[in-house]
Design a protein around this ligand. Structure first.
Ligand SMILES: Cc1ncc(COP(=O)(O)O)c(C=O)c1O
Length: 548
């Protein structure tokens, strides 16, 4: 059986497969009263209402959901669109996550501007393929313009520069892709081929090129807060995961550049070449921004590539008030920015920008039937092949929200994070662990008397208490997620304040413009409710006994 509800669907809800029915699904939209048409109308007229109505709050166990999607048979007698849509509403939409809810402040997904929906439909309707001009035409210069706008946001070159390079067929100011992971991989791919020489690497492969360069291997240096996509990058590029060298951070979760420097020197002495130093502008777990200017100087001293992963924090550049936090980003050879994060574009849109319009020539590839030499085909440089025209959504955002609109969104997010940090600090039951630099912060449930005990007790007891608190916080987060009314995520990193001990904490991301101060108070209220449960109370009394 294909769908779990299939036995419940009447025979007359099954379609005959014939030429006429095939023609219909490729041409004739359903009548206005049909389920799919009603959904489209509801989504267009009141998206929030649609999501509230159809996403149910209670958590259904994953194995039950898996059961509903467990058959691998492909149906011979397919369903009518309406019958299928009913199934989807009941089993898929209902069990999705309400990522745009104002109380959903745990991940990097937010509410989207309403115009993204019809714009996405235009992309699907046109079904352009960005790999080559023959299937994208005007979408190609539009995507290049988007890359140029972002390049301008980061590097601020003059008009002559953009006139010369923006649409130059043999050059690229960057590459559009499906997200930050591909952007980071592309940045290091370009860096690798430029450092080893495109000819050497394409002729002899990595091993041969490394031998020819007379080095032991290539290494990439990044803070311990670097995103795991960098591990994927060094793995794919043949460098090996051990050769992503992670550098400790200071108490503000920023990379310690003097340690990065010393480690680079050590590695060079051992015969390694530093391929790239990487700075983070908005670390995934802490929102911290590395000292980009200092990393740029180190990169220059080492003669290596300098990449900035600004997947999250890049749009901070829109803010007059906060762009200074990213000082030095314009020295980067490449910069990753995700559009499906703080550009408020749906999932599947990322970008990597290159300071030098020639940089991507080292990864250029041609084929006879498409991406021909001298053509304007974007597929010549991009890692991905066929790609949708997602750049339209960034183009729409840049034109409809604009610099001022994005500035407001960024400022509001950072100010909301500061407000939340303040109420946490004033609260007797919570401890602020990651002070927000951008709009990401971290805290945990830790009553004041426990914190006082932690300050005055010996190391062994402190570790024991922290383990108990980890357990309580993990359970609060799980219970809150299961209840489905509000949501924060959780992670675990080391904190200098507790001698580097790894602590579980709530991770909050405040980018959703629908989130108001009252929602933040609501999140804390829910957490306190779960902290009052029997098991948590028992653990707290154990801690009290030990603290004396
Ligand atoms: C700093 C950073 N870099 C890269 C990525 C990867 O982006 P994506 O999930 O779009 O591939 C993320 C995702 O959260 C991120 O926070």
């Amino acid at each position: 059986m294909w769908l779990k509800d299939a036995p419940l669907i009447r025979e007359d809800e099954r379609a005959d497969v014939n030429q006429e029915s095939l023609d219909r699904i490729f041409t004739i939209p359903e009548s206005n009263g049909a389920t799919l048409a009603r959904i489209e109308k509801a989504i267009s007229s009141n998206l929030d209402g649609f999501l509230r109505e159809h996403i149910v709050a209670e958590e259904k166990p994953m194995p039950e959901i898996e059961e509903e999607f467990s058959s691998v048979e492909i149906t011979e007698k397919p369903f009518y669109v309406s019958a299928y849509t009913d199934f989807i509403l009941k089993h898929l939409v209902a069990q999705s996550v309400h990522t745009s809810s104002p109380g959903f402040i745990g991940h990097m997904s937010s509410a989207l501007p309403y115009f993204m929906l019809p714009m996405s439909k235009i992309i699907t309707a046109l079904n352009q393929n960005m790999v080559k001009v023959e299937t994208s035409k005007a979408f190609t210069p539009m995507e290049r313009q988007v890359l140029g706008m972002l390049h301008n946001l980061v590097y601020q070159r003059d008009d002559t520069f953009y006139k010369k390079w923006l649409h130059s067929p043999d050059h690229a100011l960057g590459a559009f892709c499906s997200g930050g992971t591909i952007a980071n991989i592309t940045a290091l791919w370009v860096a690798r081929n430029n450092i080893l020489g495109e000819r050497a690497i394409s002729r002899k492969g990595l091993h041969g090129a490394i031998q020819e360069a007379g080095i032991k291997g290539l290494v990439v240096l990044v803070s311990q807060r670097g995103h795991y996509s960098l591990l994927k990058a060094v793995d794919l590029l043949g460098l090996g995961r051990d050769n992503l060298i992670t550098i400790p951070t200071d108490k503000h979760h920023k990379v310690d550049v003097s340690v990065m420097h010393d480690r680079a020197m050590e590695l060079q002495d051992q015969g390694y070449k530093v391929l790239s130093v990487v700075g983070i502008a908005g670390a995934t777990e802490t929102g911290s921004v590395d000292p980009l200017k200092e990393i740029a100087s180190l990169g220059k001293q080492l003669g290596c590539h300098f990449h900035v992963d600004a997947a999250w924090g890049g749009p901070t550049l829109f803010s007059e008030k906060y762009k200074g936090l990213l000082e030095g980003i314009d020295h980067a050879d490449s910069v990753t920015i995700d559009a499906h994060k703080q550009f408020y574009v749906p999932m599947g849109a990322g970008m990597v920008l290159f300071k030098d319009p020639n940089a991507m020539r080292s990864v250029e590839l041609h084929a006879e039937y498409i991406i021909r030499r001298g053509s304007r085909d974007l597929g010549q440089q991009s890692l991905e092949g066929s790609r949708p025209g997602m750049a339209l959504l960034v183009h729409a955002g840049l034109n409809i929200i604009g610099q001022k609109g994005y500035e407001m969104l960024i400022d509001q997010g950072i100010e909301k994070a500061k407000y939340f940090a303040q109420i946490i600090e004033e609260h007797d039951d919570f401890e602020l662990l990651v002070r927000p630099e951008l709009n990401i912060l971290g805290y945990r449930f830790a009553p004041k008397w426990v914190r006082e005990c932690l300050q005055s007790t010996d190391n062994e007891t402190a570790n024991w208490i922290n383990e108990k608190l980890d357990f309580i916080n993990k359970n609060i987060q799980k219970a809150q997620r299961a209840e489905g009314k509000t949501f924060v995520s959780r992670t675990r990193i080391g904190f200098e304040k507790y001698n580097g001990s790894q602590l579980v904490y709530f991770r909050v991301i405040l980018a959703n413009p629908l989130t108001k101060q009252a929602d933040l108070h609501r999140v804390l209220r829910h957490q306190l409710k779960f902290a009052g449960h029997e098991i948590a109370r028992q653990i707290l009394s154990e801690i009290k006994n030990r603290c004396g």
